[in-house]
Design a protein around this ligand. Structure first.
Ligand code: GN1
Ligand code: MG
Length: 390
């Protein structure tokens, strides 16, 4: 029976086992588990025992082709990026403890499997002895994660932009995100407008933020770089024992953009002590020590290549990307939860609210954030930045 038929009839376990076969995974399939941390793709980890008894694990992922409408372009980028990183790491840019994702070849020699009616699948190595956090618990974790994303940008800085497809056009085009929200609010397709009138008002009051980085990019005042574009704290794997960063994951949105988008998303996901979908808003707020740790970690890697203008905008980028993400959640709520995976009613609204609460906090503490960035930049100029080991 062709695999695509198995996919429509078999149990999940049999489907995963069949996938292993397609990717020529050696050994006996033992078990799988579902990894639920992303909002977009479907991810499984599968365990195999080889003939000598050694157990190996692999990641199977179905690309969400409603979000990534050109999955082949995504896979092209992932291959280019992982190869480039591997090459650079072999040239001893990073210590060998730093790892990268590797793609396994599927039947037919491609790095993905296309199953008619059952989507696009890929297989990665499993980065062992690591874990991820959805919320930073200590400044050291935030420092490590931010440092790793900065190093990732540095690894990619000499890639040829012509080699990278734009997988989601206008991904961080905050103006378009804002206008789209206003349009959906006008249409109110699911009748949910009333339940988020205050949030919408809040977004409207922040309209002046949405063009700042776009304008500077357009004027050439800040550079376009190849960046990660989705630097949530749970997109970096940390060592299980030491919490040192081991590997940056989720490479689907690696595209030309601004380094500030990456830094902003780190601030968004590492400074709040609460989950992105926390309902009790008193639990969501900006932790300045975490902001400081993110900034120290990022600048440790990025100080050598970011421009003074970019450095000036680091604090603001945190606010901008948090606002943009709030806008995206609110838009999806109004549209009827068609983009982000949701688990309950009002899930996207709850997510939007935490983001906007964080924006309000950043607004109130922008001076402090900026002073913190300036202080760390100053330490670098004196060549004595504080570490985070202490
Ligand atoms: C999505 O896939 P995941 O969960 O890492 C989204 C990001 C958002 C994030 C919000 C392709 O990331 O842009 O910032 O959710 N990815 C895509 O948590 O839209
Ligand atoms: Mg993602």
């Amino acid at each position: 029976m062709p695999l695509s038929s198995v996919f429509h009839t078999a149990s999940l376990r049999d489907q995963i086992a069949a996938l292993g076969d397609e990717f020529a995974i050696e050994g006996n399939f033992l078990r799988h588990d579902v990894i639920n941390s992303g909002h977009i793709n479907m991810t499984f980890r599968a365990e195999y025992a080889s003939h000598n008894g050694k157990v190996s694990r692999y990641i199977f992922q179905r690309i969400n082709d409603a979000v990534f409408t050109r999955p082949r372009d995504v896979m092209h980028n992932v291959e280019k990026v992982t190869r480039h990183i591997l090459w650079k790491m072999r040239r001893v840019i990073r210590p060998h403890e730093f790892q990268t994702l590797n793609l396994y070849a599927a039947r037919g020699g491609r790095n993905y499997l296309e199953l008619p009616g059952a989507g696009y699948w890929r297989c990665y190595n499993c980065i062992e002895h690591t874990h991820t956090y959805d919320v930073a618990e200590t400044p050291q974790q935030a420092y490590e994660a931010a440092q790793a994303f900065g190093a990732f940008q540095e690894l990619l800085c000499d890639m040829n932009p012509a080699d990278i497809h734009e997988t989601i056009p206008y991904f961080h085009h905050t103006r378009r995100r804002f206008d789209r929200l206003m349009e959906v609010a006008r249409q109110n397709p699911k009748g949910r407008l009333e339940s988020c009138a205050r949030e919408l008002e809040f977004v409207r009051a922040h309209e002046s933020c949405v063009d700042v980085i776009l304008d500077l990019l357009a004027q050439g005042e800040i550079p376009t770089r190849i960046v990660h574009n989705d630097t949530k704290i749970n997109n970096v794997m940390l060592d299980e024992d030491t919490d040192l960063a081991v590997c940056v994951i989720d490479l689907d949105t690696v595209m030309p953009g601004s380094a500030l988008y990456d830094f902003g998303d780190m601030v968004r996901t590492m400074t709040s002590p609460a989950a992105e979908d926390e309902e009790d808003l008193s639990k969501t707020f900006l932790r300045m020590p975490m902001f400081e740790a993110v900034t120290r970690g990022y600048l440790r890697s990025a100080r050598g290549f970011i421009t003074p203008k970019e450095a000036d905008l680091l604090a603001f980028s945190g606010l901008l990307i948090t606002l943009e993400t709030g806008i995206r959640f609110l838009t999806d709520y109004l549209e009827g939860d068609v983009y982000f995976k949701t688990e309950r009613e009002g899930h996207n609204l709850a997510r939007a609210r935490t983001q906007l609460k964080l924006v309000a906090d950043m607004d109130a503490r922008m001076e402090e954030m900026q002073a913190c960035v300036r202080q760390i930049m100053h330490e670098h100029e004196q060549e004595c930045p504080e570490g985070y080991e202490a």
